[in-house]
Design a protein around this ligand. Structure first.
Ligand code: HEM
Ligand code: HEM
Length: 187
């Protein structure tokens, strides 16, 4: 049986999943924004490959979180702070599930295809009249997936910023063990 979290120490599985997903999410969010703004199409295949792979780790994490329960606060905080942290944890965990799904739909329904490190999962739908461009399977679904991937992406970016500010606030202002516990220390 895998070790579970206790109030004073997180299990290695919680730490591993938090940091693998956390670092990958930050990288994919930054990459998404940069590649779209600079129109760097070379980055798209990396973005899609890592985006699909992380989905499987995210699913493991959701299963682990549901078995293990949510972290208990290190000490007593105001009701508002507790509620805010809870909402942000939910936005983050749901966001990590929805981003790969909407991204996958965006690329597959849009006809651009999905290739994960050279393995073709969904073929490109080449436009017969213009072989250099792709044809969407459904314009309506494509634009829905596109808007969702974009909108949820920016919501998650905002939530990550608040989450990191919260972690630093605990560490620097409250001087409590919240951040240290997520770094593996016993508090
Ligand atoms: C990059 C800087 C980050 C720092 C310093 C950080 C720090 C922390 C800390 C200290 C906790 C424990 C909170 C508690 O004890 O109540 C926590 C929990 C959590 N963090 Fe982060 N985090 C970071 C990035 C992320 C990212 C990018 C995500 C997801 C997109 C994320 C999702 C979560 C979730 C869902 C929890 C709840 C506990 C769990 O599911 O493991 N974090 N984080
Ligand atoms: C955790 C996973 C993912 C995150 C955090 C993420 C994040 C982002 C962000 C922030 C953008 C920029 C949005 C914009 O300004 O339009 C973006 C764009 C994009 N993402 Fe993702 N993404 C993820 C997974 C995926 C996956 C799995 C695919 C496809 C298989 C994908 C395909 C795309 C595409 C094609 C764009 C360009 C949007 C467009 O112009 O159509 N993403 N992503």
């Amino acid at each position: 049986m895998m070790k579970k979290d206790t109030a004073s120490q997180f299990s290695p599985m919680t730490l591993l999943l938090h940091w693998v997903v956390g670092v990958t999410m930050v990288a994919l969010l930054a990459m998404g924004v940069v590649m779209v703004q600079t129109e760097n199409y070379g980055l798209f295949s990396w973005h899609k490959s890592f985006g699909v792979i992380i989905f499987f780790v995210v699913i493991l994490r959701v299963i682990w979180r549901s078995k293990n329960g949510w972290p208990t606060p290190v000490s007593q905080y105001s009701h508002l702070e507790h509620i805010t942290a809870k909402i942000i944890h939910w936005v983050l965990i749901v966001g990590t599930v929805l981003m790969p799904i909407t991204g996958f739909l965006n690329s597959s329904v849009g006809g651009h295809g999905v290739v994960v490190f050279g393995v073709e999962l969904v073929a490109r739908n080449v436009d017969p009249n213009n072989p250099r461009s792709a044809l969407a399977h459904s314009e309506a679904l494509y634009s829905a997936a596109h808007v969702l991937h974009y909108a949820i992406g920016y919501i998650v970016i905002f939530a990550v910023l608040l989450h990191v500010v919260g972690a630093l606030k605990h560490h620097i202002i409250d001087k409590d063990g919240t951040l240290k516990r997520m770094l593996g220390s016993k508090v």
